[in-house]
Design a protein around this ligand. Structure first.
Ligand code: NDP
Length: 395
């Protein structure tokens, strides 16, 4: 029996709330809080209709530590699940420290005025969390999240030595819009338009944005072109997988998406630099976000599947081994179950599973942890029964 406080009522927040509501033995009381109360009300109504459970809701500006502290003191949760935006990571960690509450998120901190996401800001909280006797679990989504745990599982169960890891992320779905992003547009476009980066022989190698691509055959989807990007799990996995020589991240994009993105970049509307417009200051990418479809509304007519996994090479018992560990998730099935598309689903389910690991003390620690530092076995067993079955293919 435990109480959770979920912050952020977007696409991912809806999925986490539905999935926690399904497991009343562990998540006996749920409060969903977000900046816009009407979004919480919508999810509250869905959970009542689809699951027959009542949840509490609240309005909070999570950038304001004092507001979150007041909310935590009122709700008295055992765990705070942060599925707002990466900008809120540090203020929410501060609020958890002040109140002695455990913390979980799905994306690492990013300063609003600089498109740069790194773990250093959150890792710097380790000693303070340790001495407060509380735990922070970072990156418990799909990627980061499940992909990290696939790597930890490979290290524990499948390999004696791992040489290379390629994380392959394919969304083979169709939402019917000429251009839309599957999660928060601002965060998504900042991620894609930055320089590409991968880790090899102990060093980071940088490339121009979207300058390297390759065809991969994705189970459940087929052949797709994927582009080499920097993605946050590379930073922690490069440290936590022993003897690793190279790790890269690849994501698929259709030609139409790339063309739209190029035009938007060329006209300057993906910029995070404020400009003067009709006597007031606006940030172009925030204006673009207001024009694009809200990711939480894409689900209803979304068809197709996501296929995401880790291609891992190394040795077992002196023999070379190469495996692909992956999950396939169907957009329509996600919609039918929790009224969300598969990108939100594949993020929200691991957040719920990570929360369950912490609340049931299967994962325990004092300080700040990335998911691959914990035992992958109980997490993967729970993941499979919570809607994300996973598979291993010997290559
Ligand atoms: P959305 O934009 O759909 O939802 C974000 C929600 O957070 C919105 O409801 C928003 O409120 C709320 N929010 C924003 N700022 C604040 C604030 N200051 N105080 C309180 N609430 C706030 O995003 P998603 O649901 O798509 O993504 C949620 C998180 O999941 C993001 O951090 C994203 O990076 C991460 N993610 C992780 C993935 C993974 O695999 N690890 C994959 C996909 C996403 P409002 O409605 O008022 O704007």
């Amino acid at each position: 029996m435990s109480k959770v406080l979920i912050i952020g009522a977007g696409g991912v927040g809806g999925v986490v709330t539905h999935k926690c509501a399904d497991d009343a033995d562990v998540f006996s009381e749920i409060t969903l809080a977000s900046r816009t109360l009407s979004r919480c009300e919508k999810i509250q109504k869905q959970v009542r209709e689809l699951r027959g459970r009542e949840i509490d809701i609240a309005q909070v500006d999570a950038d304001d530590v004092a507001q979150t502290v007041a909310l935590i003191k009122r709700v008295k949760p055992d765990l705070l699940i942060n599925v707002a935006l990466p900008y809120q990571d540090l203020p929410l960690m501060d609020a958890c420290l002040e109140t002695g509450v455990d913390y979980l998120d799905t994306a690492n901190y990013e300063p609003p005025d600089e498109a740069k996401f790194e773990y250093k800001w959150q890792w710097a909280y380790h000693e303070r969390f340790e001495s407060a006797g509380i735990m922070a679990l970072l990156g418990s989504g799909f990627d980061p999240g499940v992909t990290n745990i696939f790597c930890a599982y490979a290290q524990k169960e499948l390999f004696d030595e791992i040489d290379t890891i390629d994380i392959l992320d394919c969304n083979g779905g169709d939402h019917g819009h000429p251009f839309a992003t599957n999660f928060n547009p601002e965060i998504n476009i900042r991620e894609i338009t930055q320089r590409g980066r991968y880790w090899e022989n102990g060093e980071w190698v940088e490339i121009d944005p979207m300058s390297e691509s390759r065809m991969f055959d994705f189970p459940g989807v087929g052949e797709r072109k994927a582009y080499l990007l920097y993605h946050e799990e590379l930073e922690s996995l490069a440290q936590n997988i022993r003897g690793l020589k190279r790790i890269r991240f690849w994501m698929t994009f259709g030609d139409e998406y790339i063309t739209h993105l190029r035009v938007l970049q060329n006209v300057g509307i993906t910029s995070i630099e404020p400009i003067e417009f009709e006597g007031r200051e606006i940030v172009p990418i925030k204006f673009l976000k207001a024009l694009l479809p809200d990711p939480s509304t894409l689900g209803e007519n979304y068809t197709g599947k996501t296929s995401i996994g880790c291609l891992i090479e190394g040795r077992k018992d002196g023999q070379p081994r190469k495996v692909f560990i992956y999950n396939i998730c169907d957009h329509e099935e996600s919609w039918n179950e929790v009224r969300a598309q598969a990108v939100s689903y594949t993020t929200g389910v691991p957040a719920m599973v990570g929360a369950k690991m912490m609340l049931t003390k299967q994962w325990r620690g004092r300080g700040v942890f990335n998911v691959e530092q914990l035992d992958p076995d109980p997490f993967l067993a729970e993941l499979a029964v919570r809607g994300l079955p996973w598979h291993i293919k010997e290559m």
